[in-house]
Design a protein around this ligand. Structure first.
Ligand code: ADP
Length: 395
């Protein structure tokens, strides 16, 4: 069984074709700058030469057709015809309170995705366009939506509800949803396999450009750091994470800007970028910090402090922790950041093997010492495989 996984952004489309017999990637790639000048497809077939073409892509429909052409190309292709694709799995950001599990897409599901444009203004419209483009290009094939909120939505009410008048939940479904759910589900699941204890208490730190942290018991999420939108929680590349809402009012009044502009600042100009003034990329910020840039030092200090605080609070929420796992760009590669976060966790009996930690870059590794009271792992996330598994289960 071959499953095509599609992840549509507003101007991009990432794809992977996965052979579910052995969960191997047959080909993967990316369409960039869809709908704007300079559109480009980069196609990476396993065992064959990569190729890239620059050709106009007016919309996602054109992009999907180009992806299918690339997958069937005589020279760079990996399949003869789309008949070989059993189903398509789509990453979809938000389904409000309606769906928390992966769902076979029909008109009702598309309506819910459309109804939730407000909750995911950047992603949901693009996700729907990607779905409709696949329906048009491959009529009759099953399409499955895997929601980014699925894992986090299962948190108990006490963790989900904001302490605001209840009518806003009733009227608008305002609550905490959590994001990066596919990643947290995959990485916590892989962590559980490693510790071999069904009801293990696991904290997953997904530290990428976007960053979030989850607590789960036996694979069921009990808390997660992102909220109604991905803005809540950890300090991120460009997002502020948690802050006093009065900050918004104060800056809006003093800078004469409206709340939409302020949210844009909190989403795109804050985080380590805003604090350091250097970059949202951790490698650049680290380089600046190493060269003595005080704001870069402050940004990294605040970043790891926030992660450590969340680990502490989630340990309290679960009354213990068996394993802490790092994943995503920073979590998988920034050895120094992992070590510095773990320095806060001595009180939990966390001990890191510095040599193992230094070697664990982008690969699976246990980085705690044998006598550490809590296991610490690095596990690369694989959202595409998780989406393909969910899709397979449904078709
Ligand atoms: P996204 O949220 O965009 O999927 P990723 O998970 O790819 O993000 O993470 C991207 C971030 O990972 C970049 O901002 C970069 O700072 C960080 N990163 C990648 N490689 C390294 C590395 N070797 N050392 C430190 N940070 C890294």
């Amino acid at each position: 069984m071959k499953i095509l996984v599609i992840n549509c952004g507003s101007s991009s489309l990432k794809y992977q074709l996965i052979d579910m017999e052995n969960e191997s990637v047959l080909a993967k790639g990316l369409c960039e700058r869809i709908g704007i000048e300079g559109s480009k497809l980069t196609h990476k077939p396993t065992g064959k030469e990569n190729y890239a073409i620059e050709t106009p892509m007016g919309d996602h429909k054109v992009a999907v057709q180009l992806v299918l052409d690339a997958l069937m190309d005589k020279e760079h292709g990996v399949i003869e015809s789309t008949e070989e694709i059993t189903a398509i799995g789509h990453r979809v950001l938000h389904a409000g309170t309606v769906y928390s599990d992966a769902t076979l897409i029909n008109e009702d599901v598309k309506k819910v995705i459309r109804d939730c444009f407000d909750l995911g203004p950047l992603h949901n419209p693009a996700n729907l366009i990607g779905i409709e483009a696949c329906e048009a290009a491959m009529p009759g094939k099953p399409n499955v939506a895997v929601f980014d909120t699925a894992f986090g939505m299962k948190i108990p009410e006490k963790a989900a509800m904001y302490a605001i008048p209840y009518e806003y939940y009733e009227k608008y479904s305002i609550r905490r949803y959590g994001f990066h759910g596919t990643s947290h589900m995959f990485v916590s699941g892989e962590t559980l396999k490693k510790i071999g204890k069904d009801a293990a208490k696991v904290i997953v730190c997904h530290l990428g450009n976007g960053a979030s942290i989850s607590a789960s018991i036996g694979g069921k999420c009990v808390d997660t750091s992102m909220g109604l939108t991905p803005l809540e929680g950890l300090i991120m590349g460009t997002r502020s994470g948690d802050l006093d809402p009065a900050v918004l009012q104060f800056i809006c009044n003093h800078e004469n800007i409206d709340v939409n502009e302020m949210l844009n600042i909190l989403n795109k100009k804050s985080g380590v970028l805003g604090m350091s003034g250097v970059s949202s990329d951790f490698r650049d910020v680290r380089e600046a910090a190493d060269a003595g840039n005080e704001r870069a030092i402050m940004a990294l200090d605040a970043y790891r402090y926030r992660v450590a605080k969340y680990i502490g609070s989630y340990t309290a929420a679960m009354n213990g922790v068996d394993a802490i796992t790092f994943t995503a760009g920073v979590g998988e590669n920034d050895t120094q950041m992992r070590e510095e976060i773990c320095e806060y966790l001595g009180y939990l009996g966390v001990k890191i093997d510095s040599e193992k930690n230094a070697q664990a870059r982008g690969k699976e590794e246990e980085i705690s010492t044998p006598d550490s009271k809590v296991k610490v792992y690095v596990i690369p996330t694989n959202e595409e495989l998780a989406i393909a598994r969910e899709t397979k289960a449904l078709v």
